[in-house]
Design a binder for this molecule. Structure first.
Ligand code: AMP
Ligand code: GLY
Length: 424
């Protein structure tokens, strides 16, 4: 029986820990630091640990005889948590710091894609203002400008005209709006189409696909408003037809894993390809993430039937070619409830009511929440992700929204159209 530790505190980590806690080969599930939702789960324990302090994490793992660590967020991966834990013999699922560059540096990712002929938007890489502006001269608009480093999802600007593009270049390269993350930028062609995510678990050479899913990155209904971390997701995603899936596997996933291997930095972990699919079914990489998506994880974990700990341990052993993965056939749909003002503003501290009143079968994953005495308070940003399952996506949607409507804190905000692209 395994003792497992999940690193992180978001909805993704609540969903991963919840799934692990249901595995019949897991004895105990810890989350560091976790959130109010993981604290409320019967078989999950939160651990107060500074996840940037790898020595503290190692010490905890050694004292508790942890058999498996799963790292949720990108920052500790990019900072080398897997390297540090594996160096002392702790099984830690995720990419090494070198492999995590696929997310940690957009310049690294774009050069990698170009070198291995993997389809992506045409681009240029710049660290000085004059050459960046010169590059714009014969380009069409809109054009996309990205800070190189991690910018918590805020480092991508879609500039509608030359003036906006030049101002963004000044902002990133001269005014250092994104600090070091923006000392190098990517300018790339704007791609049209529909976005989807394709997520696999990789062991360096083999992979197993996660169920398909689609996120809703814009804050407001109809994909309007500012870009966010994601306002809801569902799985499976009909846009990823079998034909599209085969293309993604053959043109993107396999060449990426092979490319990383041949570059000497084999990729182990969740590999998330953010994709743009055009109306001819052509697929291009928008970005890589080196971790599971949030909120995609929530509906996907609701559907996963295999033991997640066994999958991760097989991946660490390079044995993913020997595992089977089983899914619930039904649709899962998750609606994010955020504090009004998200992604800006920082409202918090409101008492969340109705968490126990959601209809049966609805699963509420927490993100920005905190327990205080007997009450659960909002802690800002994305607060909850309310998930439901059904054979019919429309009914899964209705069930999830029935859950959403039983929860209140006064300033809750959510999209009312999660899943609309698959239902239209
Ligand atoms: P990224 O963090 O690179 O995925 O970018 C965040 C969001 O910006 C994506 O989810 C897309 O909605 C949008 N985006 C990024 N790159 C492009 C592109 N080349 N063309 C169109 N939209 C893009
Ligand atoms: N849902 C998008 C992401 O996790 O980056």
């Amino acid at each position: 029986m395994n003792q497992v530790l999940v690193i992180g505190s978001g909805g993704r980590e609540h969903a991963l820990a919840w799934r692990l806690s249901k595995s019949n080969t897991v004895a105990q599930t810890f989350v560091a630091p976790g959130n109010a939702g993981t604290a409320l789960e019967p078989n999950i324990d939160n651990v107060i640990l500074d996840i940037n302090d790898f020595q503290a994490v190692i010490q905890f793992c050694q004292i508790q005889n942890i058999d498996l660590v799963i790292v949720g967020p990108e920052q500790p991966l990019v900072a080398g948590m897997v390297d540090a834990l594996q160096a002392v013999g702790i099984n830690c699922f995720g990419p090494t710091a070198a492999a995590a560059q696929l997310e940690g540096s957009k310049a690294f990712a774009k050069a990698f894609l170009a070198r291995h002929n993997i389809p992506t938007a045409a681009y240029g890489e710049f660290s000085d203002v004059d050459s960046a502006k010169a590059y714009l001269q014969d380009k069409n608009f809109p054009i996309v400008i990205k800070a190189d480093g991690l910018a918590a999802g805020k480092g991508v600007i879609i500039a509608d005209d030359l003036a906006h593009a030049e101002a963004t270049i000044d902002d990133m390269l001269e005014a250092n709006t994104f600090g070091d993350a923006g000392s190098r930028i990517i300018i790339e062609e704007f791609l049209k189409g529909e976005e989807a995510s394709y997520i696999v678990m990789a062991d360096g050479s083999h992979f197993v696909s996660m169920a398909t899913s689609q996120d809703h990155k814009a804050r407001d209904n109809g994909d309007l408003g500012p870009n966010t971390g994601g306002m809801g997701a569902y799985s499976p995603a009909p846009i990823v037809t079998e034909e599209v899936e085969q293309r993604v596997i053959n043109e993107i996933i396999k060449p990426t894993l092979l490319g990383m291997q041949s570059d000497g930095i084999p990729f182990t972990g969740f590999l998330y390809a953010g994709l743009m699919i055009d109306n001819h079914g052509e697929v291009k990489v928008l970005e890589f993430n080196v971790r599971f998506g949030d909120p995609e994880t929530q509906p996907i974990m609701v559907r996963l039937q295999s033991n997640l700990d066994q999958l991760c341990l097989a991946a660490i052993d390079g044995a993913l070619d020997k595992v089977q993965i089983a899914w619930d056939d039904r649709y899962a749909l998750g609606v994010v409830m955020a504090e009004a003002g998200y992604p800006l503003g920082n409202q918090k501290g409101h008492v969340i009511r109705g968490l126990n009143d959601v209809p049966e079968g609805v699963k509420v994953f927490h993100a920005g929440s905190a327990n205080q005495g007997d009450e659960t308070l909002t802690a800002g940003g994305r607060v909850l992700c309310v998930c439901a399952l059904d054979t019919d996506l429309k009914v899964a949607q209705q069930k999830a929204y029935a859950g959403v409507k039983s929860i209140h804190w006064g300033s809750e905000y959510y999209r009312t159209d999660i899943g609309f692209k698959a239902l239209k």
